[in-house]
Structures are given as C-alpha cells and as structure tokens.
Design a protein around this ligand. Structure first.
Ligand SMILES: NC(=O)c1ccc[n+]([C@@H]2O[C@H](COP(=O)([O-])OP(=O)(O)OC[C@H]3O[C@@H](n4cnc5c(N)ncnc54)[C@H](O)[C@@H]3O)[C@@H](O)[C@H]2O)c1
Ligand SMILES: [Fe+2]
Length: 391
C-alpha cells in the first residue's frame, strides 16, 4: 500500500508579507501571534545601519517589551547560539525577531527551538532531527540573499570540529517572513553580488536536484528569471528600487524552492570552504558554480538547458547541449561582471593551506549529504578536482 505513496512535503511560513515598507506591519503581526516579550537577534553591522532601532521602536509601539541580542558573527557558531539562548532566558522572551542576513536569521531559528530541543547541537545536524516546535519567530531579511526567512534550514558552525552544520527541520521555519526590499538598499556592491549569486545557486540547485518536484519547479524558475532581470541592475545601481525589489523576491523564492527540494553539490562544497577560510557563503558558491555546472550538466541536460533559456543565454531553438555550454559561459561572465574573485584571489588563501585542507573539505562536503542530491553524484577525488578547478 505505502509503496504507491509519493508524498512531497512543502513547508513555507504561514505568511510572507512583502513589499515597500512591509516592515511597518511587524507590530500587528507580533500582536496576531500573541507575543509580549521579544528578543531581536541581529549583528553589529545591521545595528550600525539603524535598522534595529527602527524595528525595536515598532515593537515597543505595539506594546512589547524588547531586548536585543546583537552578537551574531558571519558564519554563526554554536557559541553564538548559546549566548543567544542565555539572552532569551534572561529576557523571558516569548517571541524572537530575526533582523539581518542569513547569519542572524539562522542563529535566531536555532535560538528559538533550543529550549524545547536541548540535546548537544551536533545531534541536530542533517534532516528532520529537530522534533519539537520552538517559540514563534518572525524573520526580516536585510540581504537578498539566502532566503533563510522562508526556509526550514539553519547553518551553524561547530567550532570544535570546524564544520558548518546544515540542519533542516520543519520547526526551524519562521512563522512569518517580512520581505521589505528597502532594507537591502544599503548593501555594498560586493555583498549584493555574493548574496545575489547565492540566490541564483538556490534556484538552480533546487531545479536540478534529484529531489526536484512539481511544487518547487515553478518557484525555482521564477527565482532564476528574477535574477536574470535584476541582479546586474541592482549591482550596477544600488538605488534601482525595482531591481532591489526583484532580487528580494528572488531570494525568498529561492529559499522556498531549495528548502522543499534541496541544494546539491555547489552548497555541499561551499560550506567546507566557509568553515576553513571564512569567505562569504555567496562568494564561495559563485566561485564553484561554473565548474560544478560544467561537471554536472550532462546528467540532466534538459533541466540545465531550461535554466539557460530562463536566464536568456540560450534561445528556444538551441539544442540542450549548446544551451548548457552557453550556461557555463554565462556563469563565468556573471562572476567577471560582478567582479567576484577566484579562490586563489581571496584574501587569506595560500596554496599551501588549500593543499593541506582540500582532502578534508571533500570529505566534509560528502558527509553533509548535499552532493548526493546532485544530478551527477561525485566521488571525493572528483570533488578535489573541482576544488582545484575553482582555484
Ligand atoms: N538558512 C538558509 O536557508 C541559508 C541559505 C543560504 C545561506 N545560509 C547561511 O547564511 C549565512 C550568510 O548570510 P548572508 O549572505 O545573508 O550574510 P550575513 O548575514 O553573514 O551578513 C554579511 C554581512 O553583511 C552585513 N549586512 C547585512 N545586511 C546588510 C545591509 N542591508 N546593508 C549592508 N550590510 C549588511 C552584515 O552586518 C554582515 O556583516 C551563511 O552562514 C550561510 O551558510 C543559510
Ligand atoms: Fe546558499
């Protein structure tokens, strides 16, 4: 009987509130949840932008008692989570608001579920390991971006093992996402580029993944379409509001798509780079995307060709192979246009350290499970070759 069941589960926040100024709805949304004591989780860079003071004011005006935990670092760690849980307890918060990029949002997700799921954090790495719901969370992204506001995923570094742990569990999903592009306008060019290619990678990997499905396919393609229209525009002119709006929506859609399909080899290889070399997540994805696409395309040529046509780098008449080859050129050109460096050009990278770490990075990539979703399932030796190609 159960052999005939093919159930694709699709989880998204119960509300996604988007558009110019939508952050001003936070107070009424918090009241809808019945929240009385809020902990804002953020980082010092976002505080410096003045965004946190505004969000705090909105919550206070809605009658909530507010505390701020701002000690999240990029590539957040188990220690950040532990400090945030202590801040949650000290404030006796019944509600968490995440404000920032993927780092504060991921940290806030884990802080919110931690009181009800108190095993050592490493036990929750992987799929569906967090069982009990946490306290309600509203996520407000300021990068466009990870799409974390709409995913059941959090990525937290285990500082003892130097491993970026990917956790995917429904209780991590924010109740509400507020997607207000005005918060992304302050992003400098380098950040716009890196997080924008992260978004593209989410759309592409969700679409080519072995876990792709009919619910995620149209959302993944819409994400890719929005990136093709708006990423270069947002990078060229930070004040292009239509482009900022388009990229914010693309990021959210990319999150919805990969969270219910999966990421694949690019993300699997990207996390070990982040854990060892601490370069931004979107940048390590961008560096790997052309090489991994060249490695993978002929195991799902029709899917990669559809991506090429959606990006506008191949026309409807082009056969799958030439469309896929155009896609690889497009991805190289995109990195050049957005002035994204190669691995060897990143600050702090030396060939010696790279050679010392590359075997461990390949092992950690496979252990994360993401490469197994790739259309072409790589061996550790092939992953080492791909890291070298990205060098
Ligand atoms: N949970 C998910 O679904 C998911 C998906 C992809 C990536 N991630 C994770 O997200 C993290 C990366 O997040 P990110 O790329 O959004 O960056 P981030 O959150 O690490 O932020 C990077 C820097 O940008 C600054 N910043 C944020 N918003 C800004 C703005 N509007 N203007 C100027 N500066 C701003 C921050 O202060 C910070 O210094 C990684 O740890 C990655 O693994 C999570
Ligand atoms: Fe990502």
């Amino acid at each position: 009987m159960t052999d005939s069941v093919a159930a694709n589960r699709f989880d998204v926040p119960r509300a996604i509130v988007s558009g110019k100024g939508s952050r001003l709805k936070l107070g009424s949304l918090a009241n809808e949840i019945g929240a009385t004591r809020a902990l804002i989780v953020t980082d010092p860079g976002v505080v410096a932008l003045g965004v946190v003071a505004e969000i705090e004011g909105i919550l206070v005006d809605a009658g909530l008692a507010v505390a701020v935990f701002q000690d999240v670092q990029p590539d957040p760690t188990d220690a950040n989570v532990a400090d945030g849980v202590a801040a949650l307890a000290a404030h006796q918060a019944d509600f968490v608001v995440a404000v920032g990029g993927g780092s504060p949002i991921d940290t806030a997700k884990v802080i919110a579920v931690r009181p009800a799921n108190a095993q050592p954090l490493a036990k929750y790495m992987g799929l569906h390991k967090i069982e009990r719901p946490g306290i309600p969370l509203i996520a407000i992204p300021t990068t466009a971006g990870t799409g974390s506001e709409a995913t059941k995923v959090a990525v937290i570094t285990d500082t003892e093992r130097d491993v970026k742990m990917m956790m995917l569990s429904a209780p991590l999903l924010p109740q509400v996402a507020i997607v207000d592009y005005e918060l992304s306008i302050s992003m400098p060019k380098g950040l716009t580029a890196a997080v924008g290619v992260d978004t593209l990678t989410h759309g592409m990997e969700a679409y080519v993944s072995r876990k792709n499905n009919k619910m995620t396919d149209p959302i993944a393609l819409s994400c890719i379409d929005l990136v093709s229209k708006y990423l270069k525009r947002a990078w060229t002119d930070p004040n292009d509001l239509e482009a900022r709006d388009g990229m914010m929506l693309a990021a959210c859609q990319g999150g919805m798509a990969f969270s219910n399909s999966s990421v694949c080899l690019v993300h699997g290889m990207s996390r070990p780079i982040g854990a060892v070399f601490h370069i931004p997540h979107g940048l390590s994805n961008a560096i790997l995307l052309p090489a991994v696409t060249a490695f993978s395309w002929n195991h799902a040529p029709d899917r990669y060709a559809t991506i090429a046509r959606t990006l506008g780098c191949a026309n409807a008449e082009a056969d799958a192979e030439s469309a896929c080859l155009s896609l690889i050129d497009y991805l190289h050109d995109l990195n050049t246009t957005l002035e994204l460096p190669r691995l060897s050009q990143c600050r702090g990278f030396t060939r010696e350290v790279f050679d010392d770490c590359v075997e461990k990075m390949a092992t950690d990539a496979i252990a994360s499970g993401s490469p197994a979703n790739n259309p072409r399932d790589p061996t550790a030796a092939e992953i080492v070759t791909l890291y070298n190609e990205a060098w």
